[in-house]
Structure formats: C-alpha cells, structure tokens
Design a protein around this ligand. Structure first.
Ligand SMILES: [Zn+2]
Length: 456
C-alpha cells in the first residue's frame, strides 16, 4: 500500500540540492522505496498517490526528512556510572572491566536498549562497535532499524577478552548482509594501542575479502598522539596507514580530534571517512575535532553519539546542536556550523560515511523509504516560518530534540508512530536492560584484578 506524507516541511537532503526545502511538500512511497518527492500539488497530481489503497498522512506542522545516521555507537549499559575521568583512565577503570564481565545475553539486552532509544529519537541507521553481535543482529532484525555491526577486535596482551578476527569472520559469514541488506557486518579494530600489527593485517585482508568497511578509533586524545610519537616515531594515522588499514578507501575513523595538516591530507587522499562525536569529545575533555578543515579537504564527516556511557544519550538532534555550537565556539566564528551543513552530516553524509548513500540518506525516488517526521507544533519550535524567514533547519538543529520525533519508517515499514515504538515494547526493553545492567555490575565487581596493561 502506498503512503503519502502530505503537506509537511520536506527536507530532501539530496547531494545535488542540499539546502532544498519544500514547504509545504509531500513524499510518496510504496513498499520499501520512495516513489516521488515534490510540492503538494505535484504529488497530489501523481496517479500513484490517489486511490483507495493509498494512505495519506497529514504532515502539516511536521518536518519530513531522511532518517538520521549514527556513525559511531557502542551498545552499552554503563550510562551515568563512569563520570569525571580522562579517556584512558576511564577505559581502564570502568570500560575494559565491563568488557571482561560481559556475556552474550547482557550484550543483547544492551543493543535492545540502545537501538530502541536510537529509533525513538529519529535514528534509522546505526554503526555499532560492540561484542557478541549475533544478538545485536537479532535485535536490529526484530526492531527494524538499519544496522552496521562492527566487532570490537583487540589482541594486545591483556585485551584477549575482546572480539577476535575469527569471531569477526564468523559474524561476516552470517551477517555480511542479512534482513534484505538492512543488517550488515563490517570489520573493526578497537584502537592502535589495543591491536597488534598482525590484527591490523588480518583485519585489512578480511575487509578486502568480504568487501566491507573497516572501523577504528583514533586520534581522540592528545596523550594518544604523544604516545604514538614515542612508540612509533610518527602520529597515529600514519601508523594506522602503515599497518594497511586505510587501504582501498574502506576506513571510517571515529573521533579524529587531534590531527595535523599531513594527517588531514592522508585522510582525504585515502578516501577515509570520519565519525565526529562532539558530545563524547567534550565530555571526556578530549578536544574539538577540526571539522571545518576536514570539510575544506572534501572529507566526508558523519556524526556519532559514541556510547551511552560517554554522551549520555543517543539523541542525534541534540548531537547536531552540539556539533554546530562546538564549531562556533572553537573557531570563534558565528557563521560556522551552519544548520544545513550539520543536517547533511546527520543524513546524506552519514549515509556516505557508512557506504549506504546509494540506498538511503536522502529523500529521492528509488532510495529506500527511511523517513522521519519531527513535530514542530511545540512551544520551543514556534514560530514556524516559510519563505525568506524559513527556519525549519534552524529549528531541527537548535530547538528540537529527539523527543520531538513523531514517526519513523525504515525500508518503508513504520517503526514509530506518535512517538511509540511499533515493533517492540518499551517497558520490556527497559526491564531487561535494568536486570542485565545489575548483573553486569555484579559480575564486574567479582572480577579478579588484572596486572596493569600496556596503557598504564
Ligand atoms: Zn567509541
């Protein structure tokens, strides 16, 4: 049955016309795909948009835009429990022990919580670096969200409890592409200091064999750059490149805060994409990523929430506001962080980051119907203006939040209506996540202490 979203403020976010606003406009989709996007008159005149089988949804007062892409997420259950620490202290004291205590059942409960939260706030596509991802694939399959699953691989001494190249291969065999391509798996490495040269070589070979992307953290803290210079004699991205992980334009690197000009050039020349995580970078006091410089070098930058433990929510509209404000503050430049550029980062550029831009990321005929509506009939989004005073893009980035997301479709299937999940029960997800978190904390408290690792 065809569906028309009629009369909303439509932001198609197409690569060719990134600032186009159809206000009022309509979107027509049928089955999994978008059929047409245009003015209300154009779509009303489309024969496919009329007839008894067509569902017409009045979108007056709503923004209609592509679903948001979260290009760097970790499912998790540590929210609010690991505060006030610098990155590597925090990893060693809280995060790594939680990984040691993790079980497949706890990991799956974490993905239920995080994917449901993401969907509820308008995210239709997540890239999740996590563990025991068979369970996460089941969750994404059942919930209906688009997911790119990336096992956390680490193999330096003391990190053998992470995922391995073998477990990545097993996941790829099952979920390289499953649920009609909606769920995919990639290859991932935790971090330069967590992975041997052998792991890098095997990961690059595996990504080439299965033709997947390769996801890794880098250049997040200043200490990390100094340590890389001390250990390898050059900066982190040059070491990652030397180890073969930037080959064939497969890499998506999370953070990229501390880059010099040569590293920006390296990122650009290798076709590497960047997942920018402003809340995490501010909260862990890591620093501001040089997004304007990356844009100037034509690097594709997507937006990521990072984990619930370092954010502490997965609300990408809030993340969009932070991304914009951070650029303005750091550059002391009120023209930086333009809302249309930030919305592109959360939609079409995010899709490009995840190599999904042929499928989704903009509202165009032939693409999958991954669409969200945001209710702008609120006190905090009034007035809503058109024409020369049009303020929808500014409202979405600066005034609205994920709580204002009303409806979500992925592959043309409605997953959220009037703010309610249609494919799962929120209270059940919460109860399971609560129990899983309590079990995780009990297991972590009972761990034997490890000798200090390479990072101490
Ligand atoms: Zn991360």
């Amino acid at each position: 049955m065809a569906t028309v979203l009629r009369g909303g403020a439509v932001l198609p976010m197409t690569p060719a016309r990134r600032r186009e606003l159809l206000q009022p406009g309509s979107v027509l989709f049928d089955g999994t795909d978008i059929l047409a996007v245009g003015t209300v008159e154009e779509i009303d005149a489309d024969r496919r948009a009329t007839g008894p089988d067509v569902e017409v949804i009045d979108a007056t007062g709503f923004a209609v835009l592509p679903g948001l892409h979260n290009c760097h997420l970790h499912s998790g259950l540590l929210r609010g429990t690991a505060e006030g620490l610098a990155l590597f202290d925090w990893l060693q004291a809280y995060v790594d022990p939680a990984h040691r205590a993790l079980t497949p059942e706890i990991a799956e409960a974490a993905s239920w919580l995080c994917y449901a939260e993401a969907l509820r706030s308008g995210t239709t596509s997540v890239m999740d670096m996590w563990r025991f991802l068979d369970g996460s694939a089941r969750v994404a399959g059942a919930l209906g969200i688009r997911a790119t699953l990336v096992p956390y691989v680490a193999d330096e001494p003391g990190y053998d409890y992470f995922e391995s190249i073998d477990s990545t291969r097993a996941l790829l065999a099952e979920h390289r592409s499953s649920f009609d391509g909606r769920v995919r798996s990639w290859v991932g490495l935790e971090h330069l200091f967590y992975c041997t040269e052998r792991a890098f070589a095997d990961a690059a070979a595996l990504a080439a064999e299965y033709d997947t992307g390769l996801h890794v953290h880098s250049s997040e803290s200043r200490w990390e750059v100094e340590e890389s210079l001390r250990r390898y004699g050059h900066r982190p991205l040059f070491e990652i490149a030397r180890r073969g992980a930037l080959a064939d334009g497969r890499a998506v690197v999370a953070h990229c805060v501390w880059l010099d000009d040569a590293e920006i050039e390296l990122i650009a020349s290798t076709g590497t994409r960047v997942a920018h995580c402003p809340a995490s970078n501010m909260k862990l006091a890591s620093g501001p990523a040089p997004v304007p410089k990356l844009w100037a070098a034509s690097v594709t930058v997507g937006i990521g929430s990072d984990g619930e433990k370092e954010n502490n929510n997965l609300d990408l509209l809030e993340e969009a506001k932070l991304a914009s404000l951070l650029q303005k503050l750091v550059g002391l430049d009120p023209t930086a962080g333009d809302p249309w550029d930030i919305l592109a980062m959360a939609t079409i550029d995010g899709a490009r980051c995840l190599a999904l831009d042929a499928v989704t990321g903009s509202l165009e005929p032939g693409k999958r119907a991954d669409i969200i509506t945001v209710d702008l009939r609120k006190l905090h989004t009034t007035p809503l203006l058109t024409g020369e005073h049009a303020n929808v893009a500014a409202h979405l980035v600066f005034s609205a939040s994920g709580h204002d997301v009303d409806s979500v479709w992925v592959d043309g299937r409605r997953l959220l209506a009037a703010g309610k999940l249609l494919t799962a029960d929120e209270s059940t997800i919460r109860a399971k996540a609560q129990a899983a978190a309590e079990e995780l904390f009990a297991r972590r408290a009972a761990l034997p202490r490890l000798p200090s690792t390479a990072n101490s």
